[in-house]
Write a protein that binds this ligand. Structure first.
Ligand code: BGC
Length: 255
């Protein structure tokens, strides 16, 4: 996969799936701006790895729930690398609270980061892509839970359900500009968002048994699909979601 001359942004690029995506896009030749919210050291580590391998990278602090921060992310990327070809709306969080337990701030923050962040990340990126011309790729990191209930994680499911329709609707709206919008729906991935499950041997085993492939994904498994979706080979893919879950959704009796 050759992404030389391409410029990418990855929100939440300092950790988990976003970190693997940043490294993989850079390995394919793209210049990468990795956004981080709090962990400057982690972002610098990823940037350093990319630069050591001869790549171009920039680490930019910002809260994806703030439109001004997203616009600054695009502006700083264009100032450093001249353009923007690939926008990966990856930053995400969850509260693991049910409908009955969720406080107002659980709902607001989860929707703000996962859905509002992806919505305005898509808007800011698309405006830049339209101005420069030539199309682009917007990739929204969603979840199996855009389509599949996760009791006890209700605000997250609501947000990811919104990301599902953002991807479909924006994909249709932006098609005339040759900008594709695609969702990636991972299942269980070994990242900090799953910290508690992975730390509990019983919960971890139950999860692995529910996955037909028999293992939790590595962030790199997801990054490989994102690189392909960012490449010229996926030009005809838009307004849809690729699930990458080791068969989790189909293997569940609950679906
Ligand atoms: C959630 C995890 C969950 C996984 C599989 C992810 O989107 O963030 O908490 O374990 O889906 O259900």
């Amino acid at each position: 996969m050759d992404l030389k001359q391409q410029v990418a942004i990855v929100t939440g690029g300092d950790s988990g799936i976003g970190r693997a995506i940043s490294l993989a896009l850079a390995a394919a030749g793209a210049a990468v701006t990795l956004n981080f919210h709090q962990n400057q050291a982690a972002a610098d580590e990823v940037r350093g790895q990319i630069e050591q391998r001869g790549g171009r990278a920039l680490a930019v602090q910002g809260d994806v729930s703030q439109v001004a921060d997203l616009q600054a992310l695009v502006d700083q990327t264009v100032a450093a690398f001249g353009r923007l070809d690939i926008m990966v709306n990856n930053a995400g969080m969850e509260t693991r609270t049910s409908l009955l337990e969720s406080a107002e701030q659980d709902f607001d923050r989860t929707i703000a980061v996962n859905l509002k962040g992806a919505f305005f990340g898509t808007q800011c990126a698309a405006k830049q892509m339209i101005v420069q011309g030539g199309g682009g790729r917007i990739i929204n990191i969603s979840s199996v839970h855009e389509d599949w209930p996760m009791p006890g994680n209700t605000p997250y499911c609501c947000a990811k359900g919104g990301v599902r329709m953002l991807t479909r609707t924006a994909g249709v709206e932006l098609a005339p500009h040759r900008i594709t919008v695609v969702g990636v729906g991972p299942g269980a991935v070994a990242t900090p968002i799953n910290r508690e499950t992975l730390a509990d041997p019983e919960q971890k085993q139950a999860l692995e048994e529910a996955i037909p492939e028999g293992r939790i994904a590595r962030p790199e498994d997801i990054a490989g699909l994102v690189v392909w979706l960012a490449s010229a080979q996926s030009a005809y893919v838009t307004a849809t979601t690729y699930f990458i879950d080791g068969g989790l959704m189909q293997g569940s009796v609950g679906l």
